[in-house]
Design a protein around this ligand. Structure first.
Ligand code: C2E
Ligand code: MG
Ligand code: MG
Length: 768
């Protein structure tokens, strides 16, 4: 197959899958956890910083607003002084009576506590306090008198240095005499304490302050924490210093400025509680993420370890299965060859010849089975010794192999029996000619076998496919019979099978003709053979085996009529009878109070291809009220190979109905256990031919042991069939077999004899 180029989508998919694999998940989880934790802290610091900036900005803005308001109000208050000055100028300073209304307190202006008017030379014309001197205004007046006219009209002094009136601010306005008024000076004392008192409720914190500062830098009045402080001795806070939150406002045309200062520690302090809660929350979230990350990582790590362990054990299991398969294949290969001659042995021949005949069925060609038996071989063996006998067998094998075509099958069945299967022969005459040549060839002297010249001749029986049989068993039987007829008539030649002369063939026809009648007359009956656990010999099931109680021929065993029933297409109705009979028997036992055990029913290949099989089982179970768990079916490997789809459907249907399945006669086919995985098989029954020689034949012992291991690996139960001796039982126990069945434990018997065993539930072996 050409290598496929992966599409970009497939590559992407693989990458994504590799990313989400448990191996990648662990570091991804750690990275994700750390990223989230770091993000939380970054977010926390960023937000705290932002809030500080906003709070600071808000405090600055509020300071600016307050400064602006205070400055505007102060401007307005001091502006009123200019107004009073203008009134004084227009009234004429000489008119003292009129000047009375220059007293601001009289007009209800509480900010102005005193007023005075001076003439152009500085002489006091009017004093609201009715004093001869105004010492508080004198320094201002003296400075103003010396100033040119271009200087600002309003000048501001400092509160009295003696601290008698700490917030009284001397204010002097020059009267220029323009527009008809008199020139001179209007002086007043403005009560900054009164002015600032109205801002008492502005909350700037205990250290926050509003300062009114002279242009020359001297503080005039300070309000801190709602309390007026005397200006003298108080230093004005540096406005732009460091982190101070401050705003200042300069009054227009008046040498005063207003400053509002807030304590940054107080502004930021208000955020502290909130930031502390942010900090705690970020800490708690980080801790939570840490715990979750550690938890998930621990889980993933555990999962990773588990995955690794599973993968390792799966690899180990696969390796073991492969090794066992290999051993089994090797053992089977060894077991399929005849060691002496190198030809195929009986088992191999059966396998290959069956396959060949399957092909023959499709090709409709003529095939011939030649059965050879060496005349007087026993005598040669006994008189000249086994060495010569073995050499003779080898030489016969070589001559046989050399005389037939390469693709014809040649095998030694055992002893001095050989078979040849000639494939696709053109005619019966061709077979006769070849058989004649073979008889001649094998009859020629065998020189120098261990120093002896040996003469023997073969007796050859020939059966033709399809005339003398459709199946290998029938062909072998008939070729064997033909060979015996040769021996009976004097050895050393060949003979074709003659059906008309064959008694058993006559019997077969008779049996075949009677099948339907036999069912009708209830001539079939079931025997049961228990299956036992190997360790405790408890009965875990029964196998139902059919018998035919023939009125003329007595008890006939299934080997004599089941192949016939298959050939004659009678197996399906017979099978139905068996299914019904088993269910009926189970119901009967139940009614009699006998403890029930599951019963296995043999199902032939032809039945497996019957579309009604599943329905037959389900119907019979329902009719007799039997649980599906009480029924098991036994099928052979070969029945799974032909038309596997139909068989699979039936098997799946039966499995779905709850019926268990056993693979019968395992080892006689070559399918291998792992190939059978697709079928719903629960149990494997090792064929009795392997059990027979388990003590003597190491190949068989290896096959049995490896089959048991393999089957266990696949989760199957192993039953050994045909256990006839204690030795076999011991050997099977050592090999780890689960269950046994065989004459040594219990021969198949009728239902009546099984009932007491079921009551007892287990077998006790007689000491041997
Ligand atoms: P199987 O299913 O392998 O049945 C086991 C056969 O081995 C039985 O022969 C049983 O009597 C025989 N057996 C049990 N233990 C021993 C032992 O220790 N030594 C020896 N030598 N043989 C033992 P049976 O009853 O003659 O049946 C032969 C075959 O006929 C069965 O082989 C099965 O394939 C077929 N068969 C039997 N009953 C039925 C049936 O109801 N339906 C179908 N389709 N086939 C059946
Ligand atoms: Mg069976
Ligand atoms: Mg069997």
């Amino acid at each position: 197959m050409p290598a496929q180029i992966p599409t970009p989508l497939a590559i992407l998919r693989r990458r994504v899958l590799s990313l989400v694999s448990p191996n990648a998940l662990l570091p991804m989880t750690c990275i994700l956890g750390c990223t989230i934790a770091v993000s939380i802290w970054l977010f926390y610091f960023d937000r705290a910083e932002q809030e500080k900036t906003v709070a600071r900005q808000a405090a600055i803005t509020s300071s600016e607003n307050i400064a602006l308001i205070v400055a505007t109000n102060l401007e307005e208050v001091l502006g009123r002084g200019k107004l009073y000055a203008r009134i004084a100028a227009s009234d004429g300073l000489a008119m003292q009576a009129t000047a009375m209304h220059l007293n601001p307190q009289l007009v209800g202006d509480s900010a102005y506590v005193r007023a005075a008017v001076f003439d152009g030379a500085g002489a006091l014309l009017y004093s609201s306090a009715r004093q001869a001197r105004e010492p508080g205004l004198q320094p201002l007046l003296a400075r103003a008198l010396g100033q040119p006219r271009a200087a600002p009209a309003m000048s501001i002094g400092h509160p009295a240095a003696d601290g008698s009136h700490p917030w009284r601010l001397p204010v002097l306005v020059r009267l220029d005499g323009d527009g008809g008024g008199m020139p001179g000076y209007y002086g007043a004392m403005v009560d900054l304490g009164y002015f600032l008192g109205s801002y008492r409720n502005v909350d700037l914190g205990p250290d926050g302050r509003i300062e009114i500062v002279h242009q020359d830098g001297a503080p005039l009045a300070i309000m801190q924490g709602g309390i007026l402080l005397p200006a003298s001795g108080q230093a004005s806070a540096p406005l732009a210093a460091g982190s101070a939150i401050a705003a200042r406002e300069v009054l227009a045309d008046i040498p005063i400025r207003v400053a509002v200062i807030q304590d940054p520690a107080l502004v930021m302090g208000q955020l502290d509680a909130r930031h502390q809660s942010y900090f705690l929350r970020a800490g708690a979230y980080s801790l939570l993420i840490l715990v979750v990350t550690i938890g998930i990582s621990a889980g993933l790590w555990q999962q990773q370890q588990l995955h690794r362990a599973v993968a390792t054990s799966e690899q180990e299991k696969q390796r073991l299965i492969a090794q066992l398969e290999q051993e089994k294949t090797r053992a089977l290969a060894l077991a399929s060859q005849d060691h002496l001659t190198g030809l195929a042995n009986r088992r191999m021949f059966q396998e290959m010849a069956s396959a060949e005949l399957k092909r023959a069925r499709r090709s409709r060609n003529l095939y011939a089975l030649l059965f050879f038996d060496l005349d007087r071989f026993k005598v040669i063996n006994d008189t000249l010794g086994h060495g010569v006998g073995d050499q003779l067998l080898k030489a016969v094998a070589a001559r046989l192999r050399g005389a037939v075509r390469e693709y014809d099958l040649v095998a030694r069945l055992g002893g001095d029996e050989f078979v040849v299967l000639l494939s696709e022969v053109p005619s019966e005459e061709f077979v006769a000619q070849l058989a004649g040549k073979l008889v001649q060839g094998l009859s020629a002297v065998y020189h120098d076998l261990d120093g002896h010249d040996v003469v023997t001749s073969p007796s050859v029986g020939i059966a033709l496919y399809p005339r003398d049989g459709q199946h290998l068993d029938a062909l072998l039987l008939h070729a064997d019979q033909a060979m015996y007829s040769v021996k009976a008539r004097g050895r050393g030649f060949f003979s074709f099978y003659d059906a008309s002369l064959n008694a058993s063939s006559a019997l077969h026809s008779e049996l075949a003709a009677r099948f339907r009648q036999a069912i009708h007359d209830d001539e079939f009956c079931l025997h049961f053979q228990p299956k036992l656990t190997l360790d405790t010999l408890q009965i875990v099931g029964l196998e139902a085996l059919i018998r035919w109680q023939h009125p003329d021929h007595g008890l006939i065993f299934p080997g004599d009529f089941i192949p016939l029933a298959e050939e004659q297409d009678f197996i399906v109705p017979l099978g139905r009878w068996i299914i019904d009979a088993v269910c009926r028997q189970l119901a009967q036992w139940r009614a009699d109070g006998v403890p029930l055990a599951p019963v296995a029913i043999n199902v032939s290949a032809r039945q497996l291809r019957d579309e009604r099989l599943t329905a037959d089982f389900i119907g019979a179970l329902a009719q007799h009220g039997i649980a599906p768990g009480l029924i098991e079916i036994e099928i052979t490997e070969s029945s799974l190979i032909e038309d596997a789809e139909l068989a699979q459907r039936n098997l799946d249907g039966l499995a779905a109905a709850g019926i268990r399945m056993a693979l019968d006669d395992f080892g006689t086919g070559f399918s291998g256990l792992s190939r059978l995985k697709q079928f719903p098989i629960n149990t494997v029954k090792i064929d009795r031919s392997f059990i027979r020689d388990i003590r003597n034949d190491t190949n068989d012992a290896v096959i049995v042991a490896s089959t048991i291991s393999l089957a266990h690996n696949l989760g199957l139960t192993v039953v050994a069939e045909g256990v006839e001796t204690k030795d076999q039982l011991v050997h099977l126990k050592a090999a780890g077999c689960d269950q046994v069945q065989g004459f040594y434990l219990q021969r198949p018997v009728g239902a009546a004899q099984i009932a007491p065993l079921l009551h007892k539930k287990s077998l006790t072996l007689q000491p041997t």
